[in-house]
Design a binder for this molecule. Structure first.
Ligand SMILES: [Zn+2]
Length: 256
């Protein structure tokens, strides 16, 4: 009888790959069948381990599920807090990587949209992996890699795009582009901005109608610096873009 791999060793291998940014190299279970993956356990049984024993209320492991869920402070880390945490995402999808179906390191709290947006597949290329909030370099979360531009109109539209720092490696630049695409951040962020911008226009039309375009730009710039929000948060990026846009800063919106 083949020996069963030590779960601790499996977790250690996962962590080593996670810190090196090469989780795509972990062993996959491919094909449509239901092969044995671990000991005598089939792929389907490992997947059920999550849905029936980890997620279901009343099961002992549900406590761990709830603990992981609250660890994000309510805000989805995959879309920068646009959505609220409602579920757990398998960073390595359990359909392809059933071995990690209940491993906490592989379970990321997220919103329903992000959970749905992510496909079951997982790139085999290290430069196409989404960001893993637990393990990836802090620069992804402390340096600005999302920018926006203002499309003039009534109402104006904020378009978001990736602009990673020049000194980042090509792999890191590619990874943030992929993360941005996988979780449809351009669309999610623009929708949030569209709902938020009328308030700023109202401020410009009323209490700030007599200040100069320069002073209004400074006000917007300060709003974009608020340390309460992460650096790539849609609202911070939006205010920075508005502050830099002459059309927006010079417009009194008195035709509305
Ligand atoms: Zn999300």
């Amino acid at each position: 009888m083949a020996s069963i791999p030590d779960p601790k060793a499996i977790e250690e291998a996962y962590l080593a790959s996670a810190y090196s940014g090469v989780l795509c190299s972990m062993p996959r279970t491919v094909g449509n069948g239901d092969p044995i993956v671990y000991g005598s356990l089939h792929k389907s049984e490992l997947m059920k381990l999550y849905t029936q024993y980890f997620v279901q209320k009343g099961k002992p492991a549900r406590e761990l599920y709830d603990l992981i869920k609250v660890s994000a402070g309510g805000k989805c880390p995959l879309c920068g807090g646009v959505g609220s945490v409602r579920t757990l995402d398998h960073y390595l999808p359990k359909s392809t990587f059933p071995l990690y179906s209940v491993m906490p390191a592989n379970l990321v709290p997220c919103c329903r949209d992000c959970n749905t947006d992510k496909l079951d597949g997982f790139s085999e290329s290290p430069d196409k992996q989404a960001l893993h909030p637990y393990f990836d370099d802090s620069k992804f979360f402390t340096e600005k890699w999302i920018e926006a531009k203002v499309v003039p109109g009534l109402p104006p539209v904020i378009e978001y795009y990736v602009s990673a720092p020049e000194n980042w490696s090509e792999r890191d630049k590619s990874r943030v582009s992929c993360h941005f695409k996988y979780y449809r951040l351009a669309s999610k962020f623009s929708v949030e901005a569209a709902a938020d911008i009328p308030e700023t226009i109202h401020v410009r039309r009323t209490i700030m109608s007599s200040i100069s375009p320069y002073d209004f730009s400074m006000y917007l710039f300060e709003k974009g610096q608020t340390p309460a929000l992460p650096i790539n948060n849609w609202r911070r990026v939006m205010f920075s873009a508005l502050a830099m846009d002459p059309w927006f800063c010079e417009n009194l919106f008195d035709e509305i």
